[in-house]
Ligand binder design. Sequence first.
Ligand code: TYD
Ligand code: MG
Length: 455
Amino acid sequence: MAKDLNFKCSECGAAFGKWSGKCDSCGAWNTIVEEVPLAAGPSKKSLGGKRGKSITLTDLSTQAEAPPRTMSGVAELDRVLGGGLVEASALLVGGDPGIGKSTLLLQAAARFARNGLKVIYVSGEESAAQVQMRARRLGLEQSPVMLASETNLRDILTTLENEQPDLAIIDSIQTMWADNVDSAPGSVSQVRSSAHELTNFAKRRNMAVVMVGHVTKEGAIAGPRVVEHMVDTVLYFEGERGHQFRILRAVKNRFGPADEIGVFEMTGKGLAEVKNPSALFLSDRGKPAPGSVVFAGIEGSRPMLCEIQALVAPSPHSQPRRSVVGWDGGRLAMILAVLESRCGVPFTGLDVYLNVAGGMRIGEPAADLAVAAALVSAREDAALPQEAVVFGEISLSGALRPVVQTENRLKEAQKLGFTSAITPQQNKKVAVDGINQRQTNDLAGFVEDIFGPRS
Ligand code: TYD
Ligand code: MG
């Protein structure tokens, strides 16, 4: 019989069949503890003969109303939250250090406080004086937000218990220290247990809690992904360091749609919301530029145009460079392969650079056709018609597949002054006034149509 793996490392979660002093998986010492599984009632293995009680089961219908929400008044933030902050919910805001999480949350705290919530902001990273300096810089020093600089979770929970706020902001979860857990702040078990305590407290006391989490190099919220499972909503605050634009993205939301984004600009006086992101992600479109293509995308519930730029140059290296910013590198390799083997456009011996303008990151496969168009346009040194937007998914056979929300994409293009669109063939044609559609159903045909016949 297989041995039960009841011994778990409290640092990395690896499971073992027996106790040992050192975890073979992460190398930590004295972290392995036995976890006895709970056995169900009549089983012989049941814990000390104790039996669980039977729980009450109900059906799916409910008379309860949707939980009340509070708007911050910042449309970009409220949209990402799914229509305002939900009472008694737990949120995690992740992002690289220095991207602006503390700034965003201090501004949000001030807004919610102004809209009648009792807000406590606990900083474990900065002193009260530092946070006050930031508040002054943001012009928020008169806001009725209560502030503390503290890392001891027991003291924080006691304070929250006494003060009974509507919203508590914990900046950051990695600095919290629960004295009942025997490891250093920032370790997996500390982060997990602090997040667990705070989430439970929030549900019990009807308080919303926002936890800040730092992101590791690999992009996961440092420590365990389990924090993401515990909370109701996970938001990522992202952006390219050199750019002033920041994107708040809902990756999980139990109270609203995921994938919704809010766009902000980092200014000298904090974050300002950007109401028309399409205009912002299109760089100056003066004269036709080879290698530049406008993609009509969908981010969450709204359409957004952005510019995809490619540069192709003879490579001095035996292994040519493939460099991507704002898009998936694997997907780029796939499109290069399809162009090469299905359309007769080789990229051998050429360096390829691909960039999404403005620090935007695109995940949609609908951008395939725009990427392919940018690559061919750069390689042939021939610009696409300037007034055209492009979208469509490419399959490995070189066929183009229709994408969702065609009408919304075309309407956004029309709103921003574009007059034509290159799109995949649809089953049912969607027409938008003022947009002339060129439909193709395979990539080779598209390349030939725009850039002339291949030899
Ligand atoms: P911060 O909110 O401290 O980032 P995080 O909490 O994610 O680590 O923001 C840090 C950066 O933002 C810092 O480099 C300075 C810049 N910043 C501005 O440009 N304008 C401002 O008004 C503020 C407060 C910060
Ligand atoms: Mg910070």
